[in-house]
Design a protein around this ligand. Sequence first.
Ligand SMILES: Cc1ncc(COP(=O)(O)O)c(C=O)c1O
Length: 381
Amino acid sequence: MQRRQFMLSGAALMQAMAADIDGAREEFPWASRETYLNTATEHPLGKGTTRAIEEYLRALTHGPDSARDKFENGRLMAGVKEMFARLVNARPSEIGFAPSTQTGENLVLEGLDVQATGGNVVTNDLHYGGSLLNYRKRRKSGMDVRIVKHRDYQMDMRDLERAVDRKTKLIAIALVSNVNGYVHEVKAISELAHAHGAYLYCDVIQAAGAVPIDVRAMGIDFLACSAYKWLMGGRFGYLYVREDLQGTALKARLFGGRSTETGASRYEISTVSHIGCVCQHQALQYIHSLGVERIQAHARPLVARLRKELPAAGYPTITPAGTESPIISFEVKDVAATRSRLKRANVVTTLSGSAEGGRMRVSVSVFNNQSDVDRLISALA
Ligand SMILES: Cc1ncc(COP(=O)(O)O)c(C=O)c1O
Protein backbone atom coordinates (compact mmCIF):
# COMPACT_ATOMS: atom_id res chain seq x y z
CA MET A 1 0.00 0.00 0.00
CA GLN A 2 2.73 2.37 1.01
CA ARG A 3 4.65 1.55 -2.14
CA ARG A 4 1.54 2.11 -4.27
CA GLN A 5 0.92 5.46 -2.63
CA PHE A 6 4.50 6.41 -3.29
CA MET A 7 4.18 5.46 -6.96
CA LEU A 8 0.92 7.39 -7.34
CA SER A 9 2.38 10.47 -5.78
CA GLY A 10 5.40 10.04 -8.07
CA ALA A 11 3.13 9.98 -11.12
CA ALA A 12 1.17 12.98 -9.87
CA LEU A 13 4.40 14.81 -9.27
CA MET A 14 5.57 14.03 -12.81
CA GLN A 15 2.29 15.37 -14.14
CA ALA A 16 2.57 18.52 -12.09
CA MET A 17 6.11 18.97 -13.36
CA ALA A 18 5.09 18.39 -16.99
CA ALA A 19 5.44 21.61 -18.93
CA ASP A 20 2.31 23.04 -20.45
CA ILE A 21 2.43 22.54 -24.22
CA ASP A 22 0.06 25.48 -24.74
CA GLY A 23 2.58 27.61 -22.89
CA ALA A 24 5.23 26.74 -25.45
CA ARG A 25 4.33 29.73 -27.59
CA GLU A 26 5.54 31.96 -24.75
CA GLU A 27 8.74 30.00 -24.45
CA PHE A 28 9.67 30.71 -28.09
CA PRO A 29 9.28 34.47 -28.75
CA TRP A 30 10.30 34.04 -32.43
CA ALA A 31 6.84 32.52 -33.01
CA SER A 32 5.17 35.86 -32.24
CA ARG A 33 7.39 37.79 -34.59
CA GLU A 34 6.68 35.85 -37.76
CA THR A 35 4.78 32.72 -38.73
CA TYR A 36 7.63 30.29 -38.44
CA LEU A 37 6.80 26.91 -40.01
CA ASN A 38 10.37 25.88 -40.62
CA THR A 39 11.70 23.79 -37.73
CA ALA A 40 12.93 21.21 -40.27
CA THR A 41 15.60 23.82 -41.05
CA GLU A 42 16.26 25.04 -37.51
CA HIS A 43 14.35 25.25 -34.24
CA PRO A 44 14.19 28.62 -32.49
CA LEU A 45 15.85 28.77 -29.07
CA GLY A 46 13.64 28.72 -26.00
CA LYS A 47 13.91 31.45 -23.37
CA GLY A 48 15.20 28.95 -20.81
CA THR A 49 17.99 27.89 -23.16
CA THR A 50 18.88 31.49 -23.94
CA ARG A 51 19.09 32.29 -20.22
CA ALA A 52 21.49 29.39 -19.71
CA ILE A 53 23.68 30.48 -22.66
CA GLU A 54 23.73 34.06 -21.42
CA GLU A 55 24.83 32.93 -17.99
CA TYR A 56 27.54 30.80 -19.57
CA LEU A 57 28.73 33.70 -21.75
CA ARG A 58 28.83 35.95 -18.68
CA ALA A 59 31.04 33.41 -16.95
CA LEU A 60 33.31 33.22 -20.01
CA THR A 61 33.52 36.99 -20.19
CA HIS A 62 33.92 37.91 -16.54
CA GLY A 63 35.01 34.70 -14.84
CA PRO A 64 35.84 33.64 -12.23
CA ASP A 65 37.00 30.14 -13.03
CA SER A 66 34.44 28.63 -10.67
CA ALA A 67 31.63 30.23 -12.74
CA ARG A 68 33.00 28.74 -15.96
CA ASP A 69 33.31 25.40 -14.21
CA LYS A 70 29.59 25.40 -13.58
CA PHE A 71 29.08 24.92 -17.33
CA GLU A 72 32.16 23.08 -18.47
CA ASN A 73 32.14 19.92 -16.43
CA GLY A 74 31.74 16.18 -16.73
CA ARG A 75 28.54 16.11 -14.73
CA LEU A 76 26.73 18.37 -17.18
CA MET A 77 27.99 16.33 -20.14
CA ALA A 78 26.97 13.07 -18.46
CA GLY A 79 23.54 14.56 -17.78
CA VAL A 80 23.13 15.45 -21.45
CA LYS A 81 24.12 11.95 -22.55
CA GLU A 82 21.75 10.38 -20.03
CA MET A 83 18.83 12.52 -21.24
CA PHE A 84 19.55 11.79 -24.92
CA ALA A 85 19.94 8.08 -24.16
CA ARG A 86 16.56 8.11 -22.41
CA LEU A 87 15.01 9.84 -25.43
CA VAL A 88 15.99 6.98 -27.76
CA ASN A 89 15.86 4.13 -25.20
CA ALA A 90 19.62 3.52 -25.25
CA ARG A 91 22.13 3.24 -22.43
CA PRO A 92 24.27 6.32 -21.72
CA SER A 93 27.35 4.18 -22.52
CA GLU A 94 25.94 3.75 -26.04
CA ILE A 95 25.97 7.52 -26.68
CA GLY A 96 28.98 9.46 -27.86
CA PHE A 97 29.16 13.15 -28.68
CA ALA A 98 29.74 13.96 -32.34
CA PRO A 99 30.15 17.33 -33.99
CA SER A 100 27.22 16.70 -36.36
CA THR A 101 24.96 14.15 -38.03
CA GLN A 102 27.11 13.79 -41.12
CA THR A 103 30.25 13.36 -39.03
CA GLY A 104 28.46 10.53 -37.22
CA GLU A 105 27.52 8.85 -40.50
CA ASN A 106 31.10 9.15 -41.76
CA LEU A 107 32.43 7.61 -38.52
CA VAL A 108 30.10 4.65 -39.11
CA LEU A 109 31.20 4.24 -42.74
CA GLU A 110 34.89 4.42 -41.78
CA GLY A 111 34.51 2.12 -38.79
CA LEU A 112 32.74 -0.66 -40.69
CA ASP A 113 35.53 -1.16 -43.24
CA VAL A 114 32.91 -1.41 -45.96
CA GLN A 115 35.25 -1.02 -48.90
CA ALA A 116 38.23 -2.99 -47.59
CA THR A 117 36.03 -6.02 -47.02
CA GLY A 118 34.37 -5.81 -50.46
CA GLY A 119 31.03 -4.88 -48.96
CA ASN A 120 28.31 -2.60 -50.21
CA VAL A 121 26.10 0.09 -48.74
CA VAL A 122 22.42 0.46 -49.57
CA THR A 123 20.73 3.83 -49.17
CA ASN A 124 17.92 5.69 -50.90
CA ASP A 125 17.08 8.97 -52.53
CA LEU A 126 14.95 10.11 -49.59
CA HIS A 127 18.18 10.47 -47.61
CA TYR A 128 19.74 13.88 -46.99
CA GLY A 129 21.40 15.52 -50.01
CA GLY A 130 24.73 15.94 -48.19
CA SER A 131 24.80 12.25 -47.30
CA LEU A 132 24.02 11.31 -50.90
CA LEU A 133 26.91 13.50 -52.00
CA ASN A 134 29.12 11.58 -49.57
CA TYR A 135 27.92 8.24 -51.03
CA ARG A 136 28.44 9.39 -54.62
CA LYS A 137 31.98 10.49 -53.78
CA ARG A 138 32.68 7.17 -52.09
CA ARG A 139 31.24 5.35 -55.11
CA LYS A 140 33.69 7.28 -57.32
CA SER A 141 36.54 6.07 -55.17
CA GLY A 142 35.42 2.47 -55.52
CA MET A 143 32.79 1.76 -52.89
CA ASP A 144 29.81 -0.31 -54.01
CA VAL A 145 26.94 2.04 -53.21
CA ARG A 146 23.33 1.34 -54.14
CA ILE A 147 20.91 4.25 -54.07
CA VAL A 148 17.36 2.94 -54.23
CA LYS A 149 14.76 5.24 -55.78
CA HIS A 150 11.53 6.07 -54.00
CA ARG A 151 8.08 5.37 -55.45
CA ASP A 152 5.58 8.16 -54.84
CA TYR A 153 7.90 9.58 -52.22
CA GLN A 154 7.98 6.47 -50.06
CA MET A 155 10.21 3.44 -49.85
CA ASP A 156 8.85 0.25 -51.35
CA MET A 157 10.34 -2.59 -49.30
CA ARG A 158 10.55 -4.76 -52.44
CA ASP A 159 12.91 -2.26 -54.08
CA LEU A 160 15.07 -2.22 -50.99
CA GLU A 161 15.07 -6.03 -50.81
CA ARG A 162 16.29 -6.22 -54.43
CA ALA A 163 19.24 -3.93 -53.63
CA VAL A 164 20.43 -5.86 -50.55
CA ASP A 165 22.57 -9.00 -50.81
CA ARG A 166 24.90 -11.01 -48.61
CA LYS A 167 27.71 -8.49 -49.21
CA THR A 168 25.66 -5.61 -47.85
CA LYS A 169 27.37 -4.16 -44.78
CA LEU A 170 25.06 -1.27 -44.07
CA ILE A 171 21.64 0.11 -44.88
CA ALA A 172 21.66 3.86 -44.29
CA ILE A 173 18.45 5.89 -44.13
CA ALA A 174 17.06 9.09 -42.71
CA LEU A 175 14.44 7.79 -40.25
CA VAL A 176 12.32 10.83 -41.11
CA SER A 177 13.15 12.17 -44.55
CA ASN A 178 14.02 15.86 -44.81
CA VAL A 179 12.50 15.80 -48.31
CA ASN A 180 8.88 15.21 -47.25
CA GLY A 181 8.76 13.98 -43.65
CA TYR A 182 8.24 10.37 -44.76
CA VAL A 183 8.84 7.97 -41.84
CA HIS A 184 10.63 4.80 -42.95
CA GLU A 185 9.38 1.34 -41.96
CA VAL A 186 12.36 1.07 -39.70
CA LYS A 187 11.64 -2.27 -38.07
CA ALA A 188 11.17 -4.02 -41.42
CA ILE A 189 14.35 -2.40 -42.77
CA SER A 190 16.28 -3.48 -39.69
CA GLU A 191 15.06 -7.07 -40.12
CA LEU A 192 16.08 -6.98 -43.78
CA ALA A 193 19.57 -5.72 -42.84
CA HIS A 194 20.04 -8.25 -40.05
CA ALA A 195 18.82 -11.16 -42.20
CA HIS A 196 21.75 -10.38 -44.53
CA GLY A 197 24.32 -9.89 -41.78
CA ALA A 198 24.22 -6.12 -42.36
CA TYR A 199 23.61 -3.22 -39.96
CA LEU A 200 21.16 -0.34 -39.94
CA TYR A 201 22.22 3.28 -39.63
CA CYS A 202 19.54 5.94 -39.07
CA ASP A 203 20.02 9.68 -39.49
CA VAL A 204 17.50 10.94 -36.93
CA ILE A 205 18.01 14.70 -37.15
CA GLN A 206 14.44 15.19 -38.44
CA ALA A 207 13.05 12.72 -35.91
CA ALA A 208 14.69 13.16 -32.49
CA GLY A 209 12.39 15.12 -30.19
CA ALA A 210 9.56 15.03 -32.75
CA VAL A 211 8.68 11.34 -33.10
CA PRO A 212 9.29 8.55 -30.58
CA ILE A 213 12.53 6.62 -31.16
CA ASP A 214 13.31 3.30 -29.52
CA VAL A 215 16.59 1.87 -30.77
CA ARG A 216 15.84 -1.53 -29.24
CA ALA A 217 12.26 -1.95 -30.50
CA MET A 218 13.21 -0.50 -33.89
CA GLY A 219 16.38 -2.57 -34.23
CA ILE A 220 18.66 0.41 -34.94
CA ASP A 221 22.39 -0.38 -34.75
CA PHE A 222 23.80 3.12 -35.24
CA LEU A 223 22.23 6.53 -35.26
CA ALA A 224 23.39 10.11 -35.40
CA CYS A 225 21.91 13.58 -35.25
CA SER A 226 22.62 17.19 -34.51
CA ALA A 227 20.57 19.11 -31.96
CA TYR A 228 19.44 22.16 -33.93
CA LYS A 229 16.07 20.86 -35.11
CA TRP A 230 13.46 19.23 -32.80
CA LEU A 231 16.12 18.85 -30.08
CA MET A 232 15.70 22.62 -29.81
CA GLY A 233 19.22 23.91 -30.01
CA GLY A 234 22.94 23.32 -30.00
CA ARG A 235 25.28 23.03 -32.95
CA PHE A 236 26.60 19.65 -31.98
CA GLY A 237 25.27 16.14 -31.90
CA TYR A 238 25.23 12.50 -30.90
CA LEU A 239 26.34 9.14 -32.19
CA TYR A 240 24.61 6.03 -30.85
CA VAL A 241 26.42 2.71 -31.28
CA ARG A 242 24.83 -0.52 -30.05
CA GLU A 243 26.87 -1.79 -27.11
CA ASP A 244 28.00 -5.12 -28.59
CA LEU A 245 29.15 -3.46 -31.84
CA GLN A 246 31.47 -0.99 -30.14
CA GLY A 247 35.06 -1.77 -31.02
CA THR A 248 34.02 -5.03 -32.70
CA ALA A 249 31.90 -4.48 -35.84
CA LEU A 250 32.46 -0.74 -35.59
CA LYS A 251 36.12 0.16 -35.15
CA ALA A 252 37.21 3.54 -33.86
CA ARG A 253 39.35 5.04 -36.65
CA LEU A 254 40.06 8.55 -35.42
CA PHE A 255 41.46 9.32 -32.00
CA GLY A 256 42.05 12.29 -29.73
CA GLY A 257 41.89 13.58 -26.20
CA ARG A 258 38.32 12.43 -25.63
CA SER A 259 38.64 8.90 -27.06
CA THR A 260 38.03 6.38 -24.30
CA GLU A 261 38.77 2.64 -24.20
CA THR A 262 35.17 1.70 -23.52
CA GLY A 263 31.68 2.92 -24.39
CA ALA A 264 30.58 5.00 -27.35
CA SER A 265 32.93 7.79 -26.21
CA ARG A 266 35.64 5.75 -27.94
CA TYR A 267 34.45 7.49 -31.15
CA GLU A 268 34.88 10.97 -29.68
CA ILE A 269 37.96 12.94 -30.65
CA SER A 270 38.10 16.57 -29.52
CA THR A 271 36.75 18.83 -26.82
CA VAL A 272 32.96 18.91 -26.91
CA SER A 273 31.08 22.09 -27.81
CA HIS A 274 30.34 23.33 -24.30
CA ILE A 275 27.85 25.87 -25.56
CA GLY A 276 26.08 23.04 -27.36
CA CYS A 277 26.02 21.07 -24.12
CA VAL A 278 24.62 24.03 -22.19
CA CYS A 279 21.84 24.35 -24.81
CA GLN A 280 21.07 20.66 -24.76
CA HIS A 281 21.10 20.37 -20.98
CA GLN A 282 18.29 22.89 -20.90
CA ALA A 283 16.45 21.80 -24.06
CA LEU A 284 16.40 18.07 -23.27
CA GLN A 285 14.93 18.75 -19.82
CA TYR A 286 12.21 20.78 -21.52
CA ILE A 287 11.55 18.07 -24.14
CA HIS A 288 11.31 15.38 -21.47
CA SER A 289 8.97 17.54 -19.41
CA LEU A 290 6.62 17.79 -22.41
CA GLY A 291 7.12 14.20 -23.57
CA VAL A 292 7.73 13.25 -27.22
CA GLU A 293 4.29 11.62 -27.54
CA ARG A 294 2.65 14.91 -26.58
CA ILE A 295 4.91 16.83 -28.94
CA GLN A 296 3.90 14.47 -31.73
CA ALA A 297 0.21 14.72 -30.80
CA HIS A 298 0.44 18.52 -30.89
CA ALA A 299 1.75 18.42 -34.49
CA ARG A 300 -0.90 15.98 -35.75
CA PRO A 301 -3.93 18.31 -36.20
CA LEU A 302 -1.74 21.08 -37.63
CA VAL A 303 -0.31 18.79 -40.30
CA ALA A 304 -3.73 17.22 -40.94
CA ARG A 305 -5.20 20.61 -41.77
CA LEU A 306 -2.39 21.45 -44.16
CA ARG A 307 -2.88 18.08 -45.84
CA LYS A 308 -6.59 18.75 -46.25
CA GLU A 309 -6.52 22.38 -47.36
CA LEU A 310 -3.38 23.11 -49.36
CA PRO A 311 -4.06 20.64 -52.21
CA ALA A 312 -7.39 22.43 -52.79
CA ALA A 313 -5.40 25.66 -53.13
CA GLY A 314 -3.27 24.10 -55.90
CA TYR A 315 -0.48 22.60 -53.80
CA PRO A 316 -0.62 18.77 -54.01
CA THR A 317 1.20 17.02 -51.23
CA ILE A 318 4.16 14.68 -51.76
CA THR A 319 3.97 13.31 -48.21
CA PRO A 320 2.26 9.90 -48.05
CA ALA A 321 -1.06 9.69 -46.19
CA GLY A 322 -0.67 8.42 -42.65
CA THR A 323 2.81 9.92 -42.18
CA GLU A 324 3.30 10.57 -38.46
CA SER A 325 5.87 13.35 -38.57
CA PRO A 326 5.71 17.12 -38.12
CA ILE A 327 6.85 17.70 -41.74
CA ILE A 328 4.65 17.89 -44.82
CA SER A 329 5.79 18.87 -48.33
CA PHE A 330 3.91 20.12 -51.36
CA GLU A 331 4.50 20.55 -55.06
CA VAL A 332 4.71 24.18 -56.09
CA LYS A 333 4.00 25.30 -59.67
CA ASP A 334 5.38 28.82 -59.38
CA VAL A 335 8.04 29.11 -56.71
CA ALA A 336 8.67 32.84 -57.20
CA ALA A 337 4.98 33.73 -56.86
CA THR A 338 4.60 31.49 -53.82
CA ARG A 339 7.70 33.01 -52.25
CA SER A 340 6.42 36.55 -52.63
CA ARG A 341 2.97 35.64 -51.24
CA LEU A 342 4.56 34.07 -48.19
CA LYS A 343 6.91 36.99 -47.74
CA ARG A 344 4.01 39.44 -47.82
CA ALA A 345 2.19 37.35 -45.20
CA ASN A 346 5.34 37.06 -43.05
CA VAL A 347 5.28 33.25 -43.25
CA VAL A 348 8.47 31.16 -43.28
CA THR A 349 8.68 27.68 -44.86
CA THR A 350 11.36 25.99 -46.96
CA LEU A 351 10.86 26.67 -50.66
CA SER A 352 13.08 25.15 -53.30
CA GLY A 353 13.02 24.91 -57.08
CA SER A 354 12.61 27.37 -59.92
CA ALA A 355 10.02 28.84 -62.29
CA GLU A 356 9.48 25.37 -63.76
CA GLY A 357 8.20 24.15 -60.41
CA GLY A 358 9.49 23.14 -57.05
CA ARG A 359 8.58 22.17 -53.54
CA MET A 360 7.50 23.68 -50.29
CA ARG A 361 8.29 21.98 -46.98
CA VAL A 362 6.20 23.02 -43.98
CA SER A 363 7.21 21.89 -40.52
CA VAL A 364 5.69 22.50 -37.12
CA SER A 365 6.79 22.34 -33.51
CA VAL A 366 5.40 22.93 -30.04
CA PHE A 367 5.14 26.71 -30.46
CA ASN A 368 2.96 26.53 -33.61
CA ASN A 369 -0.82 26.70 -33.50
CA GLN A 370 -3.82 26.69 -35.84
CA SER A 371 -3.51 30.46 -36.34
CA ASP A 372 -0.12 29.86 -37.96
CA VAL A 373 -1.74 27.31 -40.26
CA ASP A 374 -4.57 29.80 -41.04
CA ARG A 375 -2.01 32.41 -42.07
CA LEU A 376 -0.19 30.04 -44.39
CA ILE A 377 -3.41 28.80 -45.98
CA SER A 378 -4.86 32.26 -46.50
CA ALA A 379 -1.57 33.49 -47.99
CA LEU A 380 -1.74 30.78 -50.63
CA ALA A 381 -5.46 30.24 -51.19
C1 LIG B 1 18.10 14.46 -42.84
C2 LIG B 1 19.24 15.40 -42.59
N1 LIG B 1 20.46 14.89 -42.32
C3 LIG B 1 21.52 15.67 -42.07
C4 LIG B 1 21.40 17.04 -42.08
C5 LIG B 1 22.62 17.87 -41.80
O1 LIG B 1 23.03 17.56 -40.52
P1 LIG B 1 24.43 18.02 -39.89
O2 LIG B 1 24.54 19.47 -40.15
O3 LIG B 1 24.22 17.71 -38.46
O4 LIG B 1 25.47 17.21 -40.52
C6 LIG B 1 20.17 17.63 -42.36
C7 LIG B 1 20.04 19.09 -42.36
O5 LIG B 1 19.03 19.66 -42.70
C8 LIG B 1 19.07 16.78 -42.62
O6 LIG B 1 17.86 17.29 -42.87
